[in-house]
Design a protein around this ligand. Structure first.
Ligand code: GTP
Ligand code: MG
Length: 452
């Protein structure tokens, strides 16, 4: 029988940022240095996530992190590839991530997806730090593998230091323009009021000890209460991706943020049309030390306790939606669980109007983000759905009363072949982009031009 006991779970850290600014490299560096510190066994690679225990963080951060000062078990990092919308990272009532790292190339500064990330962090109230990455590309930089930032600063020429400082202050300025008071992290007194900027290099590992320290400190200070969970309770999580897997059919990659999920569990998962009720066939993890996103060989596990990433294999998962809830039924009434999942999906139901545009997005989270951006731009929505653009969407868009509403706005979605034909024949404009505000700008421009 289950013994119900409260434990502090690992905080979930989302790594966000513009394409190529170094999210994956930063995580690779953290993994790599842990391995070279002889901590290979200490890092657990999950599906879609990397678990770094406190002892490993402490080894990497050196004097900056003393394990006895902390009682949270470590950090669970989720990488979000640039092409994929990180707004999938949603959970009941807000963000799945407890805390975020916004990675910004210190030379490039703010870019479209940086702005988008900031908007979502603001909307969900997720605390975050900024990793000002690629400091090693500063002209004349004298790299100091893996050193904390203050120590590497001392090894730099006056010129290199002032060039980096200039870039850092420009970045702090951009954060301020975006409405966030920010400063270099060692100057920040109150991390709830000010955003800490941590200069790092994912290439040389400089500043990585500082970043881990700040994340650990922030979580411990401000998130400890929220981390208390019933470790034996029925698992709760969010779908990150729905993936076809040889031998398993459609599977769901999920991040679990509460309780435990077991192979003999029945689960309810948010689907395109209605909640999916299914029995787990297997819980899968990557083989140890394998690269998560390329790995094909999985290892079956009996159970997974939050916080963790896991691949769920079960019948009927093809209609599961990225960003939708996953809930283990266990010894509860199945109808209650279906009601919970339905309620959670309704939370993100978009306000629709009699007349308006059709919007399509890759995940529930991005649909939600899109709807909120359109509302701000005062563009009415007639229909909002997750999924690729289908003939039906064209047919619906055509029924709009005002000509300017005969439009489909697609975020991170493909156009199904048969829909392209319909589009050519119909009087419907299609807009697609992978940055929400650009999508809205394109649509606005079209509306403006029509008026001329
Ligand atoms: P997407 O997943 O496509 O959004 O990109 P990403 O943010 O994960 O970036 P990624 O880690 O793939 O890095 C992009 C490129 O920048 C790669 O060629 C990296 O080698 C390089 N890069 C990342 N971090 C650093 C850094 O700190 N210094 C230098 N010199 N290059 C870096
Ligand atoms: Mg990446």
């Amino acid at each position: 029988d289950d013994t119900h006991s409260t434990t502090l779970r690992t905080p979930i850290v989302a790594v966000l940022g513009h394409v190529d600014h170094g999210k994956t490299s930063l995580l690779d560096k953290i993994r790599g240095s842990a391995v070279s510190e002889g901590e290979a066994g200490a890092i657990t690679q999950h599906i879609g996530a990397t678990d770094i225990p406190l002892a490993t963080i402490s080894t990497m951060a050196g004097e900056l992190v003393q394990p006895e000062d902390f009682d949270l078990p470590g950090l669970l990092f989720i990488d979000t590839p640039g092409h994929h919308s990180f707004s999938t990272l949603r959970a009941r009532g807000g963000a799945l991530a407890d805390i975020a790292v916004l990675v910004v190339d210190v030379n490039d500064g703010f870019q479209p997806q940086t702005e988008e990330a900031i908007d979502i962090l603001r909307r969900t109230g997720t605390p975050f730090v900024v990793a000002a990455n690629k400091i090693d590309t500063t002209a004349g930089w004298n790299p100091q593998e893996g050193l904390p930032i203050q120590e590497t600063y001392e090894e730099q020429s006056e010129r290199a230091r002032s060039m980096l400082d200039e870039n850092l202050y420009a970045l702090i300025g951009e954060l301020s323009d975006a409405g966030f008071s920010a400063d270099l992290y060692w100057r920040v007194q109150d991390f709830q009021k000010n955003i800490g900027v941590v200069p790092v290099s994912a290439m040389t590992g400089e500043g990585v000890p500082d970043l881990l320290t700040v994340l650990m400190g922030l979580s411990q200070r401000f998130m400890k209460e929220e981390m208390a969970i019933d470790v034996a309770g029925p698992g709760v999580g969010t779908v990150l991706e729905v993936k076809e897997e040889r031998g398993f059919g459609a599977t769901v990659d999920a991040v679990m943020y509460d309780g435990v999920i077991r192979t003999d569990d029945q689960v309810v998962i948010g689907g395109q049309d209605e909640p999916i009720v299914t029995d787990i066939r297997a819980l899968l993890q990557p083989q140890p030390l394998a690269e998560i996103r390329t790995e094909k060989q999985f290892e079956k596990v009996d159970s997974v306790a939050a916080a963790a990433g896991v691949k769920i294999a079960a019948p009927d998962l093809a209609d599961a939606m990225a960003g939708a809830p996953v809930r283990v039924v266990r010894d509860r009434d199945i109808d209650d669980v279906i009601t919970e999942v339905t309620a959670e999906l309704e939370e993100i139901d978009v306000d629709t109007a009699e007349d308006g545009v059709v919007i399509k997005a890759d995940t529930l989270g991005s649909l939600e983000a899109m709807a909120s951006a359109l509302k701000e731009a005062e563009i009415p929505i007639m229909r909002a759905e997750v999924g690729d653009i289908a003939p039906r969407d064209v047919a619906i868009a055509e029924t709009a009363n005002q000509d300017e509403h005969k439009a489909i706005l697609g975020f991170n979605v493909d156009i199904l072949a048969n829909a392209s034909d319909e589009l050519e024949a119909a009087d419907v404009k299609l807009f697609t982009d992978d940055v929400i505000y650009q999508l809205i700008e394109e649509y606005d421009t079209f509306v403006e031009e029509r008026k001329r």
